[in-house]
Ligand binder design. Structure first.
Ligand code: ARG
Length: 568
């Protein structure tokens, strides 16, 4: 569809000198129903410029524009509708598919540009809980989409491995901790210590003073403090790694907040130099006037805070990676924090703060009860993932019994489908919406789910095998003239655009919805039309179309971080 969109842009640019090609590109739409054409151009914007009725403008343009790629160009109300010449279109796509094979649909707008993506970033010595699924899976998908579009990507896990809470941890450990107990079950035991010190500090404020001291010591590289902190970090990271392995999610860097601690002094000096800091009762703060609440940068005792470290982080990333975009996939509760971060950089005169994007998201709750992260009621992400695998394994076992045939890789398949289902559910809605995690919905093999799309993919794989599909087999475009076939081809041709839109809006759900729709459309086609029919020529054409659908389903799943098994 890319080629046709570009052609429409060229055709319109010639007639509408007051619009840039970019403007036109942004205005072009893909109509929801075939009788409105394949591409459409709304004339409201031009109407404002020319102070004319949009309908008249559309009629005018329809009279002037023609091209062999389009069988007709027609006005309908304020819209100019373009109807693609199907035979040529079919021929184009089939050639493209044969040439690019598994790479079909790939576009490359990102060449030479670097996108830094920060996601997941759990806190050391704290549970890696179900709430973290959001940043982890959304971030990984955005990275995959950016890679697909030819950007160079840098994936960073900004571990929460620094801050006053580590002073609390050290104090608590030295009072009540037991190394052996912690090593057996690190995070839950560390959490217990943390909860306890918070409780006891209510009656005993001395604990807080000690904790603050420990953090100052940590900032000053005191060996005892550093040793304990490193140990907390290490045992926590081991647990996190287990979860990343299950999810098959990887990072280029695990540079957490502590990584930036040696840069804090220079960062604060630079802020002083640029004159953005003022005094407030012994602390150094940034005052934004009426725009935003003030932000503390250096506390009275000289220690840094979360925002100070994010300042150092932003400066470092710009210098190190010279990013085109720097993305922070972090919950919407931290919106103010990122607004302040960007506002400070702006005050300092760095216009690249505009390229820093806070990709926010809403909350996830479990269907049986809300999600609590306090005390013992934590739902660990690892447990959710393992439960998904076990539940799918049960379903597959039932299928084995029904079919009276054993699978040779049932457990691997259960993992692909179980983990895939959880990711798919996570990526199904607009990210800012809160959602409820529901087991039955997630794991269903029917409806709008991961297993459904995976199953469609596997079914096509077996169709191709059965029909002895060969990519080289010649196909006559005339054999793909049915409405349903044309609809499928048009959907296929839009994949690159969908990926670009997904990245532009930072919304992986565009891909999720697209592949769900593609799978549904294919299944409808398949129910009405036999693929492996008697007529060899028709069969070859249908197999090639099916191969195209399979390829894009696999590619789309891959952009969500989901595997596409060939047999299910
Ligand atoms: N560790 C933080 C948390 O769990 C998220 C880090 C977000 N990233 C950042 N650069 N501040 O809430």
């Amino acid at each position: 569809m890319h080629k046709y969109k570009n052609e429409v842009i060229e055709l319109l640019a010639k007639e509408c000198k007051d619009l840039t090609k970019e403007d036109i590109g942004e205005l072009i739409e893909f109509p929801p129903s075939p009788d409105l054409g394949d591409l459409a151009f709304p004339c409201f914007f031009l109407a404002k410029i020319y102070r004319k009725n949009p309908k008249t403008i559309a009629e005018d343009l329809a009279g002037k524009i023609s091209s062999p790629s389009f069988r007709k160009v027609e006005s309908a109300g304020a819209y100019l509708n373009f109807f693609i010449n199907s035979e040529e279109f079919t021929k184009d796509i089939l050639e493209d598919l044969k040439e690019k094979k598994e790479g079909f649909g790939r576009v490359n707008p990102g060449q030479g540009k670097t996108i830094v993506l920060e996601y997941s970033s759990p806190n050391i010595a704290k549970p890696f809980h179900i709430g973290h699924i959001r940043t982890t899976v959304i971030g990984d998908s955005l990275k995959r989409i950016a890679d697909f579009l030819g950007y160079k990507t840098i994936a960073i896990n900004h571990l929460g491995d620094y801050g006053t809470q580590f002073g609390m941890m050290i104090e608590a450990y030295l009072r009540w901790g037991d190394q052996e107990v912690i090593e057996k079950n690190p995070i839950p035991e560390l959490v217990k210590l943390y909860v306890r010190i918070n409780e006891e500090a209510k009656d005993n404020p001395e604990l807080l003073d000690n904790a603050r001291n420990w953090f100052v010591k940590l900032e000053n590289q005191d060996p005892k403090a550093v040793e304990l902190w490193e140990w907390f970090r290490e045992v926590s990271l081991e647990e996190f790694q287990r979860v990343y392995k299950l999810l098959d999610i990887h990072f280029d860097y695990y540079t957490g907040e502590s990584f930036y601690s040696p840069m804090l002094k220079d960062t604060v000096d630079l802020m002083e130099e640029k004159g953005v800091l003022t005094d407030s009762q012994g602390a150094r703060i940034v005052d934004f006037g009426d725009d935003l609440p003030p932000a503390i940068i250096v506390k009275k005792d000289g220690s840094s805070i979360y925002l100070t470290r994010d300042m150092a982080t932003a400066l470092y990333r710009k210098k190190e990676f010279d990013f085109y975009k720097s993305i922070y996939v972090v919950g919407s509760q931290q919106s103010l924090h990122f607004q302040q971060l960007k506002a400070i950089l702006k005050k300092m005169g760095y216009d690249w703060e505009e390229d820093m994007v806070h990709v926010a998201f809403g909350m996830v709750a479990l269907k049986d009860g809300t999600l609590s992260t306090r005390r013992g009621k934590v739902v660990y992400l690892e447990d959710v993932l393992n439960k998904a695998i076990d539940k799918v394994d049960e379903i597959l076992l039932e299928r084995e019994e029904d079919r009276g045939e054993k699978m040779d890789n049932r457990r691997d398949l259960a993992k692909m489908v179980g983990i895939g289902a959880v990711k798919f559910q996570e990526l199904f809605n607009q990210r800012i919406k809160d959602y409820v995690f529901d087991w039955d919905q997630t794991l269903s093999f029917e409806g709008e789910t991961g297993p459904y799309v995976q199953y469609t993919h596997a079914r096509i794989c077996s169709l191709l095998k059965k029909g002895d599909f060969k990519l080289e087999d010649p196909v006559d475009p005339k054999n793909l003239a049915l409405d349903e076939e044309q609809q499928l081809l048009k959907k296929l041709s839009r994949f690159g655009d969908v990926a670009m839109d997904a990245l532009e809006k930072y919304e992986p759900y565009f891909i999720t919805r697209y592949i769900t729709d593609l799978a549904k459309t294919f299944n409808k086609y398949y129910t009405h039309n036999q693929i492996n029919t008697e007529d060899e020529d028709v069969k070859k054409a249908r197999l090639l179309l099916s191969y195209g659908v399979k390829t894009i389903l696999a590619q789309g799943l891959d952009l969500l971080g989901i595997q596409a098994p060939e047999k299910m």
